[in-house]
Design a protein around this ligand. Structure first.
Ligand code: HEM
Length: 444
């Protein structure tokens, strides 16, 4: 590959800042190199970052056989396995994605409203009133419980108990500093049960045994009338009438758990950070929720009315995108927005930088949810869930859950910021969350 034709970019040492403080790293690169720069990491092909909306459009509308998202996502595959839709490309990806889509459609998502509210209520009841506590772990507890209930269909606290414990251990490992290293294939060495990869291998073996037993049990008992994702996928068939094979199924379940849990939790933590630091916005959002409910319990029928809460969530995802970029690896040389790129590089549309461009977003640093009420945003300038044929499968699910949980929090407690704290982004699993778990103080 001709490295000389790639745009300039930071050295390897400077790139470590991407893990420590990604938003600062991206701001620095944009200042120094402009709309295009190349980021290199050991053992993976160069990433060509772009914040040119014309390039974003071409990537989303381009040929998926040339722009491989599955290949670009592969470093994430440490625990998820590599046979899920996230890591597939071309026809295989489309075939698999078609199987998953019905479980994530609007009506299907709305059927999980009670599970989402119950998970939020359980967490809120445990918060210490009047004392400082970290709220991001609480958001993780809510999204974890929601995934267990809606994806697996374990409807109460006792079912799936062993699976819950093992999954929590795996997620903790994955979101730790050592877990970050495991995204580099060279670090995946099983040096016994105390080595990070050895521990991951042993945990996934135990989880796999439970998953395969659950698939068999569910098939035997039948899945008719069940709305959880696992049951829907067990009932689904490819065009040749074949069911999803168990090993592919296993990988899809890990992907849904990992992709769906950390991202939504981190986004909700950022929303809370924006609310506590913008009391007027918090007041207006709470007033909207109270007016929508008219004294009733929060449920599916109220979600559509919460336009301002949704605008607050969107404005947060504009400024604090928990996945600041994504990638497509080129299978052949390609001209994108007038720039020739060689085969083998990964083009990385930068969500974070496009979302802050002053030509697209007047006063870009200002937190102003009204932008989303005043105008419809273009999918090439606002794309927290990616786009094209790879747009996040769980976007509707995540948006619905975030509205539900934020509304319930606004109804139940008042939150205040902690003096002297300023959030910066820090890696948690596959997402970037506010530092130090986002300390806040709650009152009834
Ligand atoms: C606020 C929460 C979330 C954010 C910000 C987010 C963001 C993203 C992004 C940026 C991508 C890559 C899109 C691309 O390459 O163009 C993606 C893909 C994906 N997401 Fe999400 N996501 C969220 C929640 C979820 C949830 C709740 C689920 C499922 C339960 C989920 C499942 C997936 C899957 C399966 C893919 C791969 C789609 C494909 O390649 O066809 N995500 N997500």
């Amino acid at each position: 590959m001709a490295a000389s034709i790639l745009p300039p970019g930071p050295g390897l040492f400077a790139t470590f800042d991407f893990v420590r403080n990604p938003f600062r790293f991206l701001d620095t690169c944009a200042r120094r190199y402009g709309d295009w720069f190349t980021v290199r990491a050991p053992g993976v092909a160069p990433f060509v970052f772009t914040s040119d909306p014309a390039a974003v459009r071409e990537v989303f509308l381009g040929d998926p056989e040339v722009l491989h998202a599955g290949e670009a996502n592969r470093p994430l595959g440490a625990f998820m396995g590599e046979r899920s839709s996230l890591f597939l490309d071309g026809a295989e990806h489309l075939r698999q994605r078609r199987m998953l889509l019905p479980a994530f459609h609007g009506e299907q998502v709305a059927s999980h409203a009670d599970a989402m509210r119950t998970a939020a209520d359980k967490a809120i009841a445990s918060w210490p009133m009047g004392q400082q506590f970290a709220i991001h772990p609480q958001m993780r507890a809510i999204t974890f419980e929601t995934i267990i209930r809606t994806v697996f269909g374990f409807a109460d606290d006792s079912s799936g108990a062993e699976l819950r414990v093992l999954l929590k251990q795996l997620f903790e490992l994955y979101s730790s500093r050592l877990g970050t290293l495991l995204s580099l294939p060279a670090m995946r060495i099983d040096a016994g049960p105390w080595s990070p990869w050895g521990r991951a291998v042993r945990l996934t073996r135990k989880i796999d045994a439970i998953l395969f037993a659950e698939f068999a049990r569910r098939r035997k008992e039948g899945v008719v009338g069940r709305a959880d994702v696992l049951s829907m996928l067990l009932a689904a068939r490819y065009e040749n009438e074949q069911p999803i094979p168990d090993d592919v199924f296993r990988d899809e379940m890990y992907t849904l758990m990992l992709a769906g849990h950390e991202t939504t939790a981190a986004t909700m933590a950022w929303v809370i950070n924006r609310l506590v630091t913008n009391p007027n916005v918090m007041q207006r959002a709470r007033a909207e929720v109270v007016a929508a409910l008219k004294g009733e319990q929060l449920g599916a029928k109220h979600i559509g009315e919460m336009k301002y809460v949704e605008a607050v969530i969107n404005e947060t995802m504009r400024l604090d995108p928990v996945i600041p970029n994504f990638g497509r690896t080129l299978t052949r040389p390609l001209k994108i927005a007038g720039r020739d790129l060689p085969a083998g590089v990964t083009i990385a549309p930068c969500i974070y930088l496009v979302h802050r461009q002053p030509e697209l977003w007047p006063n870009p640093e200002q937190f102003n949810p009204d932008r989303f009420l005043e105008a419809r945003q273009s999918p090439y300038t606002f794309f927290p869930f990616g786009g094209g044929s790879r747009r996040c499968l769980g976007a509707a699910f995540a948006t619905y859950q975030m509205k539900m949980v934020i509304a319930e929090i606004l109804l139940r407690v008042d939150l205040k910021p902690v003096a002297g704290y300023t959030a910066h982004a820090t890696r948690k699993g596959i997402a970037f969350a506010p530092s130090a778990g986002l300390p806040v103080i709650a009152s009834a």
